[in-house]
Ligand binder design. Sequence first.
Ligand SMILES: [Zn+2]
Length: 303
Amino acid sequence: MSLNGVIGHKNQIPWYIPDDLKYFAKITTGHTVIMGRKTYESIIQKLGHPLKGRLSIVLTKKINYEVGEGCFVVESFEEALKISSGEVFVIGGEQIYELALPYADKIYLTIVEGHFDGDVFFPKINKNDWEEICIGKGKYDNIKYSFMKLKRKKFIDINHSRTPEQTAIMKKIEADGVCPFCMENFKKYHTKPIIKEGVWWMLTENFVPYKGTKLHLLIVYKHHAVKLEEIDPKAGTELVELLSWIEKKYNLDGGSLFMRFGETDLTGSSVNHIHLQIIVGEVGRSKESSPLRIKLGYKKAKD
Ligand SMILES: [Zn+2]
């Protein structure tokens, strides 16, 4: 889209950027493309045939609307999703983007750096809901452009809930669409008291302690952060001081400390906000004890 949000004008794309077309073909080929009737017709007008190597689904309320071989016509977006295969791309126009946005977890957005006249716009999105990365920039015919990839921020991962009680709270958090570990929301969902709070970290008890632990503490970074690089190096000293404070305060002869970072599918974490856990098992090693097992990632399922 252009800087003023335009994506189309009189059934055409208002700019010509060969790299953008190549990029579009590269990411969508082999997958499903869902589009509105006007977008479909503009493709036919331009190419003389539907997009090759892709399953085209045309969403329209027009009765008996006819499309080319291998294309499908549906009346609702849900219906389109049902018959899709591979990755599903929604390729316009404006109304179809609007219908699709609540379902989307990624947006490939080419920003064309200019103001263009247009009659079709990309819908407004809430920037707070998306993580933005630039995956390429270029210039053609004096038009600068950048390829952006937006990923929907995922604050929690219900798959990693461990108890029905936790699942119920996580469902509420999901409906609220917020990060439960960010300071402004923390007390809404977390019922245990904050034991100690610094500039960078706060210490509390885990509200669903791991089975078999006599102590399970949670240390949460006070700013929203997912990746390690987002942690301010100044927070390091405070963390080390806090850890030794904990050791002393709880009289710990031993225990474990771990931190998960980044994508929850890789870590087994239920909240996608940097935090550390300190756990101490209820007993030491003996014939009557067995090790605590904690999800810290995944290995291949056994055949
Ligand atoms: Zn957060």
